[in-house]
Design a protein around this ligand. Structure first.
Ligand code: ATP
Length: 259
């Protein structure tokens, strides 16, 4: 089902943060949300997960208003991985990952075979098997980030919204995680990820939403959006854009825009 943002406006603490955002994200594709610090990327994904109140417009999953969905039903449909997620209990990583199945079974019910299978898939996708018995607060930042990603993957949501999922990962794990997210999309899920790295965005994204100061600067297929002119207009940098060996845009930042 499409995830549609329709003339969305969000105001936080009296400040208009998002203005008249319209875009339709499609399942089966990876959509990257890019923009400078403070552009409104996190606020947008929170609004898509119904975690912030919206002042105007709507977010719809298919025909249904996301904010009006029953919360458990919404959690089964939309998985959200926050930026800098904290874990307040020093429990083994396996318990954190298992929490990703909570919306699939009755409260206090044990894990079903289906739950175990989904957890095993998520553990394989994030290479967290060796971490399962470790207390989460003793993991490195990147290890913890992979455990948290495993938790949201374990829920097998129709839509996966991830806010900077690569931020603390080493290059090998960045590549692995992007490949897994692409595999989820290829299997029919919707995937929307906030990214800062233009190289990774070009590599992973089918579609790109460029945000600037809370407004849509460009939205569409990655090759049409990731152009030197758009990137200059949004980030005020010069970027070399060529095609990589798979024909995807390869964006190399050169420096601050001149002239
Ligand atoms: N709870 C809040 N109350 C008031 N203003 C907020 C709140 N949360 C975010 N903002 C403001 O909204 C704007 C957008 O913030 P947001 O976190 O969505 O940006 P972002 O594009 O994700 O930034 P970054 O790349 O730095 O993570 C910023 O100016 C921020 O200061």
């Amino acid at each position: 089902m499409d995830l549609t943002i329709d003339r969305l406006g969000v105001t936080l603490a009296g400040r208009a943060v998002l203005h008249d955002i319209t875009a339709t994200f499609r399942p089966g594709r990876v959509t990257a949300i890019l923009g400078p610090n403070g552009a409104g990327k996190s606020t947008l994904v929170k609004a898509m997960a119904a975690l912030v109140a919206i002042q105007s417009g709507a977010i719809r999953l298919g025909e249904r208003d996301v904010a009006a969905l029953d919360p458990r039903d919404r959690a089964r449909r939309i998985g959200y991985l926050p930026q800098d997620a904290a874990i307040h209990w020093n429990v083994p990583a396996r318990d954190v990952i298992a929490l990703g199945r909570a919306q699939h079974h009755a409260p206090f019910a044990g894990l079903s075979e289906g739950d175990h299978a989904a957890i095993a898939d998520a553990v394989a996708a994030t290479a967290t098997a060796d971490l399962l018995n470790r207390p989460v607060n003793e993991l490195s930042g990147g290890e913890r980030a992979r455990v948290l990603l495993a938790r949201v993957l374990a829920g097998a949501p129709q839509w996966l919204l991830a806010d900077e999922p690569l931020a603390s990962l080493d290059p090998a794990h960045q590549i692995d995680i992007l490949d897994r997210l692409r595999a989820r999309a290829a299997a029919g899920a919707g995937v929307a990820i906030v990214l800062h790295d233009l190289v990774q965005a070009g590599r992973a994204a089918d579609d790109v939403l460029l945000l600037k100061a809370g407004r849509v600067a460009a939205f569409g297929p990655a090759a049409q959006v990731l152009t030197p002119a758009n990137l200059r207009a949004v980030f005020a940098i010069d970027v070399s854009v060529t095609a990589d060996s798979a024909g995807r845009p390869l964006c190399i930042p050169i420096g601050r825009a001149t002239g």
